[in-house]
Ligand binder design. Structure first.
Ligand code: G3P
Ligand code: MG
Length: 238
């Protein structure tokens, strides 16, 4: 059970408040998205544009860090979270250490910055994350980002993400030496999970917010689910 962007039904996604809430919900793993500002700072943010989850506008990738830091990433969700900043990767990792949370870092590059985003994020994570703590899972939809993760931090496990699994999954999985695949649960079948397991890979499903669907996926042998409702999911499965 992995808190998807923290606990985003109860606190604004991909903020420190959301990760704290996930820990309060009982999650032991959280997923977050890391992207680069125009001046190359790694921040925790999902969308290409700032509009939906902050009071900013336009592309994150065109915004310098200093301007981004003045934005409010909580007020859109609820006035009680007003002033919540877009976190830096360093801040998120420090909080995970404090809370004892394990994490899945999803590299979310802007087009053309697949290698750079992975390089910057991995360099920070390597410096900030103590080697005696459990290694994070590094994942991306971008094959170039996963390839970069393999190159710069080969010892950390990797996952490749799909919406719908593509036919070349076995070849690309071997090439990138991933331990797991993540896929949109709506396109996952028992057969896909079984075939991937037989080939030696784990299978993770996103984003599962229905406990019955989670049960079906679990019966099919899925190895992990990303959920927006960690508290409810944990309650349903314990
Ligand atoms: O990593 C699983 C999931 O987060 C992938 O989709 O769009 O929520 O980042 P998205
Ligand atoms: Mg994500």
């Amino acid at each position: 059970m992995i808190g998807h962007r923290g606990s985003p039904r109860t606190a604004p996604e991909n903020t420190l408040a959301s990760f704290r809430q996930a820990a309060r919900d009982g999650a032991t793993w959280v997923e977050f998205d890391v992207s680069l500002t125009s001046d190359g700072r790694a921040v925790i943010f999902h969308d290409d544009d700032l509009d939906r989850t902050s009071d900013g506008t336009g592309p994150l990738a065109a915004t310098p860090f200093d301007a981004l830091r003045n934005l409010d990433a909580g007020g859109w969700f609820s006035p009680s979270f007003a002033g919540e900043p877009i976190p830096t990767l360093e801040e998120a990792l420090e909080l995970f250490r404090e809370l004892g949370l394990s994490f899945n870092m999803e590299i979310k590059p802007d087009r053309g910055r697949e290698v750079e985003t992975a390089e910057v994020a991995l360099a920070i994570a390597r410096d900030c994350w103590p080697s005696d703590l459990p290694a994070p899972l590094i994942s991306s939809f971008s094959r170039a980002s996963v390839a970069t993760a393999k190159e710069v931090q080969p010892g950390w496990p990797r996952g490749l993400l799909f919406d719908r699994v593509t036919e070349d999954w076995k070849d690309v999985g071997a090439q990138l030496d991933v331990i797991s695949f993540g896929a949109n649960h709506q396109h996952l079948t028992a057969e896909t999970i079984r075939t991937m397991h037989e080939a030696g890979y784990g299978v993770m499903a996103y984003t599962v917010n229905d406990t019955e669907r989670a049960r079906t996926l679990k019966n099919w042998g899925v190895d992990g689910i990303f959920t927006d409702i960690p508290a409810a999911m944990l309650k349903a499965f314990t």
